[in-house]
Write a protein that binds this ligand. Structure first.
Ligand code: OOB
Length: 538
């Protein structure tokens, strides 16, 4: 095993195979801008609104910011919580951290005290990077609270205005190199931890996924090759930039690896998306299924110029076949279905697959060495075409969560397969159809909600005696969350529950869309709350 006490790493035999097959290389992630700056210094690397960076400029800034981060005391192996929206500073900071071997912990802008506090404690993060305000929320106040309560978090870096927090570090000061220090005597090794991604989770508290330089670089490179990315490619980042889908599937990392241009969308509205597609001659972008009908409607009504767009990636939740079939004819581009997970395994339909495969399956693994099994409840493989749980191991799939040895038994088989919790059918060509899941999660249009985690918060409500959160089918989001509650006194409604969760510092997307009060819970034969019976009530 090549890991550390914090995470297990791959068995040495497998690691040897991944290296000799050429999947794992030596280039640390932080070297990508440098390599491209040498090849094509004047080509456009990054666009955020009116701000543009050539590869030479990107490389310069990354170097300056890395030195400045070293100057403020960040060192190889440190963890830093990065909680930024789609702004160029995310990309500059991310590569600067990679240069130093400092590990970004990817948080979402919508996360609050509960989630960030948990990340801080689990990782002993030494810094928290936030925007000043985003979506009518003051992240500086959140960051001040986190720093006051979590000992390790000593530095707060703010993109924008620090306000009256004099001891916060403005990101612009790092860009100017105000705190210039040295850099790079501590170059990360290919097998080092490169970033930590949050898992959708199913055990009450978010788990973290360790990704290394070598496995993540391979993830991005293999995805970029399948998407035929090159120097002429222009990738539009519509999804949150910290989401694995937008980072490395192929995302900004795969695009920059290939020498293309990354354009950041400030919001996912169809008008914004199509304006950027037309203005920047975007060739590829990625969205979740709920956005697709809005894109189709906007295209029909306002006839934007989509002539540059070659590929629309759709994934993170199930895309209905009938919506899939409309994409090619109505947008004039190729659909690519994407079935991925922060834990690793990435499935893509291929650009030259027949329409039937592209519209009815969620693709197949990107690596010849991705091993997938479809099994029944006893872990025995089911016949091809039948539904079963997807198990997987391979060159970029985790072998254990970060600092969570207790999850080894529940989330992995004895021979090291990760239990995805997804129910799939495998078609003859190896393409997978996602048909359901066994994990206790709600997939709210691509956003994952851990039922247990929300239930634990609900149980803290003074009136709530028993709580069960389940998924209800929804025409817009695919699924919404419904909380069934047994209450002692006067039961809270959905709005009151949302306020209660907000006051507990829980991200807003986790609040149940609906609350249903029941006199008592149905139970299974073994005495667990019978969620199947509850779903039947919907
Ligand atoms: C992506 O990553 P996560 O970690 O937020 O969620 C993973 C889970 C999968 O286990 C599956 O349950 C679901 O999301 N999922 C899909 C899907 N893609 C993901 N379910 C049905 N159809 C699909 N196409 O969601 C993610 C990571 C990288 C790339 C794309 C998505």
């Amino acid at each position: 095993m090549d890991g550390t006490p914090d995470w297990p790493g791959w068995p040495s035999k497998a690691a040897l195979r991944y290296r000799s097959a050429g999947y794992w290389g030596d280039e640390p992630l932080g070297d990508i801008p440098r390599r491209q700056a040498a090849l094509r210094p004047e080509a456009t690397a990054l666009v955020d609104g009116e701000r543009r960076w050539t590869y030479a400029a990107l490389e310069d800034e990354v170097t300056t910011v890395a030195r400045a981060l070293y100057g403020v005391g960040l060192r190889r192996g440190d963890r830093v919580i990065v909680q930024l929206p789609n702004v160029a500073e995310f990309v500059l900071l991310w590569f600067a951290l990679q240069r130093l071997g400092v590990v970004p912990v990817h948080a979402m802008p919508g996360h609050r005290r509960t989630e960030i506090g948990h990340l801080a404690r689990l990782t002993d993060a030494v810094a928290h990077v936030v925007p000043d305000r985003h979506a009518r929320f003051d992240h500086r106040v959140l960051a001040a609270g986190i720093r006051a309560s979590e000992n390790a978090v000593r530095r707060v870096i703010v993109v924008g205005d620090v306000g009256d927090h004099d001891d916060f570090i403005p990101f612009d000061a790092l860009r100017r190199g105000d705190a210039a220090g040295r850099e790079e005597e501590d170059r990360p090794a290919p097998g080092d931890l490169a970033l930590l991604l949050m898992s959708g989770g199913t055990t009450g508290t978010p788990k973290l996924i360790p990704r290394t330089h070598q496995d993540y670089a391979y993830n991005a490179r293999a995805a970029a090759e399948i998407c035929a990315l090159g120097p002429d490619s222009v990738y539009l980042a519509v999804l949150p930039i910290a989401f694995n889908f937008a980072v490395a599937c192929p995302g900004f990392l795969g695009t920059l690896h290939a020498g293309g241009t990354v354009v950041l969308a400030p919001n996912p509205s169809p008008v914004t998306v199509f304006e950027l597609v037309a203005r920047e001659r975007v060739t590829i972008t990625a969205v979740t299924p709920p956005l697709v009908p809005h894109l189709l409607a906007e295209a029909r009504e306002n006839r934007p110029d989509l002539t540059s767009l070659r590929v629309l990636q759709v994934g993170a939740a199930r895309l209905p076949d009938e919506v899939a079939r409309r994409i090619g004819p109505e947008l004039g581009c190729r659909l690519q279905q994407v079935f991925g997970m922060a834990e690793g395994l990435l499935n893509l339909t291929r650009l030259d697959d027949p329409d039937e495969v592209v519209c009815t399956t969620q693709g197949r693994p990107i690596s010849p060495d991705d091993e997938v099994l479809v099994v029944d409840r006893d872990d025995s493989p089911v016949p091809e075409g039948e539904a079963g749980e997807l198990l997987t191991r391979g060159p970029y799939t985790l072998t254990g969560y970060y600092r969570s040895p207790q999850h080894a038994r529940t989330h992995f088989t004895e021979d090291g397969y990760y239990r995805t919790g997804d129910l799939v059918r495998r078609q003859p060509g190896g393409n997978l159809r996602v048909v359901g899941r066994v994990k206790d999660q709600i997939n709210r249009g691509g956003e994952k909600i851990d039922a247990t985690e929300v239930e634990e918060h609900l149980l803290a409500h003074p009136e709530v005696v028993s709580a069960a959160v389940v998924a209800a089918p929804d025409p817009e989001l695919g699924e919404r969350s419904v909380a069934f509650l047994v209450c002692a006194g006067s039961p809270p409604d959905a709005r009151q529950v949302a306020v209660f969760l907000r006051e507990r510092g829980v991200a807003a997307y986790k609040a149940p869309d609906r609350v249903r009060v029941v006199p008592e819970m149905p139970f299974t034969a073994v005495g667990k709350i019978d969620k199947r019976a509850l779903r039947a009530l919907l």
